[in-house]
Design a protein. Sequence first.
Length: 93
Amino acid sequence: LPNLTVRCQLLNELGKGLLEHHNGSALHMISKADRSADALIGILLDSFPGFRDYVDTKEWDAAATGAPSPISREWEYAKSSSSSVIHFYKRAQ
């Protein structure tokens, strides 16, 4: 399995989050959302940091090397916002 260490960390986080926030029950967590997908996403993001997808533009720039990519204009625009963190929201596949 690729990234076995990361997968194990995320599974441990999942169990810890369920125990600490939802009495150890995924069903209890889902019922807190009261049939709202938006509420469930909020609960997931609050309970499990591993579900938060983002990039910190300052860290990205520090790690970047080589020639500018074709998306460099879009990247510069994104970095010009007041925050150095860009969040990625995606729908279920």
